[in-house]
Design a binder for this molecule. Structure first.
Ligand code: PMP
Length: 360
């Protein structure tokens, strides 16, 4: 068996220890005689799994008691609709457009009410985070929406916008659990699991209790109401049982690693190694403003498309997989989530250095 260094933006690398443990439990989960995949979601064994997952997540993020944790399906994209359907009481919301995912969420919200784009970085291909210190927040806005880490473009909000008292909703899909966050600063956080915490198919929502409302937009299906899932402890219907089980293992792994303070340190160290190399390179160039750089997704280019393609091809042959940039932007992108070890980034930098030297 040989594993590669997988720089995929998602589904992405998971901790090897978690995969090994899941493999060992595959045929007989702790004396139940079945795998977690084959187990009723109403069984005692599964109840323990989902409860432990929530409790470990609460520990990691110090989630206040007045916030609910939901394990849902439909990916992060489904939240683009669920957020307005459940939160748009005044039928108005403000969106900050920092990339394709924020734009999709904004467009989706426009189907349910007045979605206002109050800031955008589209003028320079989303290569920066706009100044959000004095935004024209709408008086009747039900919330202000951000995509906190922009997976495709490699930018991150290092300062949260001043929402002027409105609830902040954040898509944290690609930075979830990569560092500590103060949950109380948000009304609602959501994250697709397939980057930092588990397999695709699970999405985690952390919502302040008062935002889990009965009076949602008319016609909102039961499955798309937060309240349906909150009232049923995420067991209204069959949840993505195996995905939640793996997320739970990742949460335990994160605790064992020292929690989110420690992950932040490790992630900063990995990102610094790569950014420092990019900043001194004569061949490779980072594509975003330095102050807004993501710790998770690092896009870079050579400036020559044929050379970019050659780099992707040769890096793959060297066991460094999925370095091709997003299909809409080209170039390269290294996603260096929690589970990417330092050695992976060291190998990548050594490979880039070698690639550069060969070209004089
Ligand atoms: N938001 C962000 C920040 C993402 O990176 C992605 C997927 N790459 C999505 C939303 C969409 O996620 P999904 O495919 O789970 O719907």
């Amino acid at each position: 068996m040989s594993r590669v260094y997988n720089f995929s933006a998602g589904p992405a690398v998971l901790p090897e220890a978690v995969l090994k443990e899941a493999a060992a439990e595959m045929l007989d989960y702790r004396g139940t005689g079945m795998s977690v995949m084959e187990m009723s979601h109403r069984s005692k064994a599964y109840d323990d799994i989902i409860k432990a997952a929530e409790s470990d997540l609460r520990d990691l993020l110090h989630i206040p008691d007045n916030y609910r944790v939901l394990f849902l399906q439909g990916g992060a994209s489904q939240q683009f609709a669920m957020v307005p359907m459940n939160l748009m009481k005044n039928r108005a919301a403000d969106y900050i457009i920092t990339g394709q995912w924020a734009k999709k969420a904004y467009q989706e919200a426009g189907m349910y009410g007045q979605a206002n784009a109050i800031a955008s970085s589209e003028d320079r291909t989303f290569s920066y985070i706009p100044d959000c210190s004095d935004l024209p927040v709408s008086e009747n806005a039900d919330y202000v929406y951000i995509c906190e880490n922009n997976t495709i473009y490699g930018t991150k909000f290092w300062t949260l916008p001043d929402t002027k008292g409105k609830d902040l909703v954040a898509d944290q899909s690609s930075c979830f659990l990569s560092e500590p966050v103060d949950v109380a600063k948000y009304g609602l956080i959501f994250a697709g699991a397939q980057k930092n915490v588990g397999p695709a198919g699970t999405v985690i929502v952390i919502a302040r209790e008062d935002l889990i409302r009965e009076d949602v937009l008319e016609g909102t299906p039961a499955m798309l109401r937060y309240k349906t899932h909150a009232d049923a402890g995420s067991l209204y219907n069959t949840p993505p049982t195996y995905g939640i089980y793996i997320c739970g293992k990742v949460f335990k792994w994160l605790k064992e690693m020292g929690g989110l303070e420690e992950m932040k340190k490790r992630n900063e160290k990995k990102a610094k190694l790569l950014y420092d190399f990019l900043d001194q390179s004569r061949l490779f160039k980072g594509t975003v403003e330095k102050k807004d750089r993501s710790l998770m997704n690092v896009p870079f280019i050579t400036g020559d498309e044929a050379l970019d393609a050659l780099f992707v091809k040769e890096s793959k042959a060297a066991g460094l997989e999925n370095l091709k940039g997003h299909r809409t932007v080209g170039g390269m992108r290294a996603s260096i989530y929690n589970a990417m070890p330092m050695e992976g980034v060291e190998k990548l930098v050594a490979f880039m250095d070698d690639f550069e030297k060969k070209r004089g």
